[in-house]
Design a protein around this ligand. Sequence first.
Ligand SMILES: Nc1ncnc2c1ncn2[C@@H]1O[C@H](COP(=O)(O)OP(=O)(O)OP(=O)(O)O)[C@@H](O)[C@H]1O
Length: 342
Amino acid sequence: MIDKIKEELNKVFYPGKTNSVIKEGVIGNITTEDGVVSIELLMKEDNPNVIQLLQKSIPNAVKKIEGVKDVNLIINLPKHDEEPPKLQNIRYILATTSGKGGVGKSTVSVNLAISLSKFGYKVGLLDADIYGPNIPRMMGIDGIPVALDPKNKDKILPIVKYGIKIISIGSMIPKDAAVIWRGPLINQVIKQFLNDVTWGELDFLIVDLPPGTGDAQLTLAQEAKVSGGIIVTTPQNVALDDAAKAYDFFVKLKVPVVGVIENMSYFVCPKCGYRSDIFSHGGGEAFAKKTKIPFLGEIPIDIQIREGGDEGSPVSISAPDSVVAKAFADAARSIIETLKNA
Ligand SMILES: Nc1ncnc2c1ncn2[C@@H]1O[C@H](COP(=O)(O)OP(=O)(O)OP(=O)(O)O)[C@@H](O)[C@H]1O
């Protein structure tokens, strides 16, 4: 099997080169278990575009081999001695991510931002989900265009709502328009969102990353010193498997992970009070224990959360005394504690 894998890898070109990935010397250890192939990538560069291309081309090639069910890439990035820059005037940058899409990452980002703001902190929210920017709708700023800063025409003014400074590509492109940019443009937008927005003094900048382990995560970690990564997962195994990949990516990017939050943890019928664990339960906490990162709590499936998201009035605003709003506030408190002790 390993020989066949190497044979296939010999046909995969290293992006931008005429050599195969094997000849370029980036293939490390290869192991197989029950049809799952794990391949270590020993990267000599951390160009996000190259990594993203390899994340597609290598699994595509290896999956052609009979008996291969899945391919895991273990990416080892080159070691840098220099630290990414600390953004002036921003005390803590927090990045929320999830392995899987649709698990409630943006919901967690907006409600954490609001909770922190209610504690009296100055908070910004950067929507780095360029392909699916949901923050404008969730924060009720859909359709409000961004403006240039009248004091410095090279900078963009964030839109302020619920006391939070918000920037999203969704405020810059027509609604319903699909973004079809490739990696380099995504990197550019994230760099600009970090550096060319008049953020002013912030205690916290929450960056809502797209799901997965791609360009946005890499660009953010290279461009700014991220104080803490937050992993959002739902309890079922398929989401937890992907959360583990997101965690591993943060570790590789040297981003300290400040916690994991389990969303859609359970459902309590509002009529009869019966509780059902629709997506299973407890996987997030078990994952936190295994990886020794703080567990930030569990958020139930709650109609107020979905309504709040759709109507632009997040539950921490529309129902501040609800169980879920309190759970978000507790998660925010726990993150502050972790950062203080770091
Ligand atoms: N605990 C919850 N209870 C009910 N609805 C929820 C809950 N969490 C999230 N939702 C709803 O699920 C949908 C997806 O949530 P959200 O957009 O936050 O996920 P995401 O992980 O950011 O998605 P994406 O993959 O698009 O980035 C939204 O309609 C949101 O309102």
